[in-house]
Ligand binder design. Structure first.
Ligand code: ADP
Ligand code: TPW
Ligand code: MG
Length: 573
């Protein structure tokens, strides 16, 4: 007899698919669901809220998905996004793919139409073979057809998301699953609480010894910390390792603050020198992808004979771009614990090397200082960000969300972070549109004030969620760097017919979008005004949008990565 047959005793203690899904999620530590309602998941969302899950309802699934993705990064538990079928699913899928690309645990749960109609393509409401579409775009994809399999389905999704290299998991829930009824006691027995979902993975002792050999024989070693090291949440151990080694380090964008940016070994302000002149580079939770120019080229001082030590949980990452002299495959906490155990008689690198980096960094910081103090009107990026730098220095717990081109690149290099996982940005893809979803999840998951520094183009991708920010009363201050365009607001259409593709309505009043929903809206034309408005927003914890008017001529094409643009060989007329 199948356990899902129609109950013979309607008075008995029953459960159904809806409740089993909720119970299974709660059993596995899920507390918040990022969501857009509709058939067939409207009641599921309602019941989730009634059963004590926090349900944050968005205006577009891509933003709910981005919220779930960053929640996974911040908590090391899968961030959950719940959507409707076909179009809602597709809207959430970009974020699922983004989470997978960034190695963050996330589960996209989408309702779907009935198998017997979808599979014969009879044309159902929102018909789509979602499972097949999701599969190549995420780490794992599952469909649950029977109520008694909900426990297993959710356990598999949780484990797949967080174990090994974390990533996105798609979970397909056909509408007919939710109403399936079973005996409550029998249902409870089918649920699984995943034990040790992300087990420690120790490298072999021989691999640790090899890594220590390579590191200790280097004359000019360098450590690069990536967001995998921030994700691992073994902050004290990372710091102990870096300090015991005495090796200068760089932090990738989202690893900034893992050790405070004012740490004596931080080589951020001497990045070019450190990359070019080092003879040995140790990567900790960072990939040698485009963000590090694949470990080659002028930036790396090619031709170079640098030796690489690489800690990563995914063995396939080794040798992906450069030969790795000492691969350490394991989780960062286990790897660093074993490395530290073997560093008893460690001697710090040559003072000539660490001194050269420190001197260069100090000179660069001094050179930049004056530009950051300017009070120009209209503002340039340096004047505006110099003030926000001082705001963050006074609010080390505030979370910085950041996207755009110039707005991203300048903010990354100007604003120091002093605590781990406080800088959340566009990640491995450099994707625009993460802003409001990320800001909302950061506020919901941490309770800390959030300042989202947004290019005006970047903001436009998710701007409607200011309503969500107001509706939930979240302590989010959005600062729109309004240079009236993408990269620069000064392009023109050579034919004179239309606005140039990179140009927006000049000095648009983005602040009105926030006041429309009951938040505070401010226009800031000077660095003084900007600083005052952001300080007030953090102090009040009131949803605020500061429309910061930036001189449209002060940006550069594509920010720091203009070199990636293909060039036309045909001369401009
Ligand atoms: P960044 O963009 O900051 O350079 P990446 O996203 O390229 O960082 O790299 C993060 C790396 O960290 C990924 O290759 C991922 O497999 C790895 N990683 C994630 N979590 C862990 C962990 N707990 N232990 C070891 N490696 C991890
Ligand atoms: C999903 C391409 C990269 S940066 C950017 C776009 C459109 C906007 C830059 O303008 P902004 O910043 O935000 O005003 P600023 O300070 O330079 O003026 N679509 C997606 N992702 C990306 N990366 C793009 C397009 C892009
Ligand atoms: Mg802009």
């Amino acid at each position: 007899m199948t356990e899902t047959s129609t109950p013979t005793d309607p008075q008995g203690d029953l459960t159904d698919g809806f409740h089993l899904i909720i119970d299974a999620l709660k059993l596995n530590g899920v507390e918040t669901v990022y969501h857009v309602p509709g058939i067939p998941v409207t009641d599921l969302g309602r019941m989730m809220q009634a059963e004590g899950l926090r349900v944050i309802s968005f205006r577009h699934e891509s933003n709910a998905g981005n919220a779930a993705a960053i929640a996974g990064y911040l908590t090391r538990k899968p961030g959950v996004c719940l959507t409707v079928s076909a179009p809602g699913f597709l809207n959430g899928l970009v974020a699922l793919s983004h989470a997978t690309t960034n190695c963050w645990p996330m589960i996209l749960i989408s309702g779907s139409s009935e198998r017997e109609i979808v599979d014969l393509q009879k044309g159902d409401y929102e018909e789509m073979d979602q499972l097949a579409i999701a599969k190549p775009l995420c780490k794992a994809a599952y469909r649950i057809l029977r109520a008694e399999d909900i426990g297993i389905g959710i356990a598999r999704a949780v484990r797949a998301a967080v174990s090994g290299r974390p990533g996105g998991v798609y979970l397909d829930l056909p509408a007919s699953l939710m109403g399936q009824v079973m005996d409550a006691a029998a249902g409870a027995k089918t649920l699984i609480e995943v034990v040790d979902p992300a087990p420690a993975q120790f490298p072999a002792q021989a691999a640790v010894d090899r890594a220590l050999d390579v590191l200790s024989s280097a004359r000019k070693p360098l450590i690069i910390l990536g967001k995998g090291a921030a994700y691992a949440q073994c902050d004290a151990l990372v710091r102990q390792f870096v300090e015991t080694s005495g090796i200068p380090y760089l932090a990738m964008s989202m690893a900034k603050g893992l050790l405070p940016d004012d740490h004596g070994q931080y080589a951020g302000a001497a990045r070019s020198l450190a990359l070019k002149d080092s003879d040995c580079v140790m990567l900790i939770g960072a990939r040698l992808n485009w963000l590090l120019s694949h470990g080659r080229g002028k930036q790396w001082g090619e031709p170079h004979g640098k030796r690489f030590v690489h800690i990563d949980i995914d063995p396939k990452e080794m040798d992906s771009n450069q030969p790795i002299a000492a691969p350490l495959v394991g989780d960062i906490e286990s790897c660093l614990t074993m490395l530290l155990a073997g560093m008893g008689d460690w001697s710090a690198p040559d003072a000539a090397w660490t001194g050269a980096i420190a001197d260069k960094a100090a000179a660069n910081v001094a050179r930049m200082g004056a530009r950051l103090m300017n009070n120009n009107v209209p503002m340039d990026y340096h004047g505006a960000l110099g003030r926000l730098k001082s705001v963050f220095a006074d609010h080390p717990d505030a979370i910085l969300v950041n996207e755009g081109a110039n707005t991203l690149d300048f903010a990354r290099s100007i604003i120091d972070m002093s605590k781990p996982r406080k800088r959340l940005d566009v990640g491995t893809w450099g994707v625009m549109g993460i802003g409001m979803g990320t800001a909302i999840a950061a506020a919901v998951e941490t309770g800390q004030p959030v300042v989202a520094i947004e290019g005006d183009s970047a903001f436009g991708f998710s701007g409607m969620e200011v309503e969500t920010i107001c509706r939930y009363g979240l302590p989010v201050c959005v600062v729109v760097f309004n240079n009236s365009g993408i990269y620069r607001g000064t392009d023109t259409d050579p034919t004179g017919r239309d606005p140039a593709p990179t140009v927006f309505v000049r000095e648009a009043q983005y602040d009105l979008m926030m006041t429309a929903f009951g938040g505070a809206g401010v226009t800031a034309r000077s660095p003084d005004d900007l600083e005052q408005a952001v300080r007030a927003a953090i102090a009040s914890r009131r949803p605020t949008l500061v429309n910061a008017i930036i001189d449209p001529s002060t940006g550069t094409e594509s920010g720091r990565i203009g070199n990636l643009n293909p060039q036309s060989v045909v001369k401009k007329k």
